[in-house]
Design a protein around this ligand. Sequence first.
Ligand code: PEP
Ligand code: MN
Length: 345
Amino acid sequence: MLVVMQSHSTAEQIERVLAAIRELGLSPHPMPGPTRTAIGITGNTGMVDSRTLEVLPGVRELIRVTKPYKLASREMHEHDTVIRLPQGTFGAGAFTVIAGPCSVEDESLIFRTADWLMERGVRFLRAGAFKPRTSPYAFQGLGHEGLEILRRASERTGIGIVTELMDTENADAVEEAADIIQVGARNMQNFSLLRRLSRVRKPVLLKRGLSATLEEWLMSAEYLLSGGNYEVILCERGVRTFSDHSRNTLDLSVIPPAKVMSHLPILVDPSHGTGRRDYVPPMALATLAAGADGLLIEVHPDPDHALSDGAQTLDFARFELLLGQLEALAHPLGRTLDLRGPTSH
Ligand code: PEP
Ligand code: MN
């Protein structure tokens, strides 16, 4: 349910509505808008007599939200969510790039990559300290030591850190080290992890599950939003289909409906989406054309010797070329490539 306040409603009137919602045993989610405040209501709203809220001073109307994903829906939250961090923006027309090696392998790799990215104006480094690997014998990441390396890279360069949290056990440590916390595809429906992350004050990058529908994905986002974390970035990373010509089937066709159904920013990961480095640049360009808010892309100075996902990873030279192509394509599409620093425009 959504309470729409009158445009001239006062702070006291809004407070009174919030209190009334809590008295009904429900959770209020205030959403200040450009002209008026709306208050989303979550919980079991089925039995609520809407008149108890409608009659309160300052209330304009009550709207029933039909979608099962309430707070993630445009019905409840009409305007795009924009997530602003010191290093860059997600949403509001910006096209923002997050890049880095699949895993934190050692300090020199991370420092070298962070320095190079900052030089090129890319302000977010993504690398996993905890890695969800299909095989238990594959490199599992450096864990806490990896987080420490990421923390030092951020201190050294100011780069934004994006890294994955795999389990609730390491939530405090990852929250401290990361500027954005990644939830991997395999954990999209790990509800205890989502509940834990709904209480952190860091944005969450929520990857789409391997076989998740858009609605299931938005329901997972709803776990984060309903617990009070409103900074959720969706990330399409390919789904499992009958097609076996690439690692996954990158579903760029999910972007327009995701934009219709939800106000959340959406990124695309063409590295996991295709699994092959020569397929990554064309799909990255298509991502921009399809209306996504940015890219998550695997980059490594020596992909042939990467400890994980080397086959789908771009080297610096190919990535540099791609950034130039994205810059050239952004302008005619009316988009802005959010590259800051020496090369910013
Ligand atoms: C990753 O981002 O390195 C990763 C393991 O991704 P996904 O969860 O999409 O497979
Ligand atoms: Mn990877």
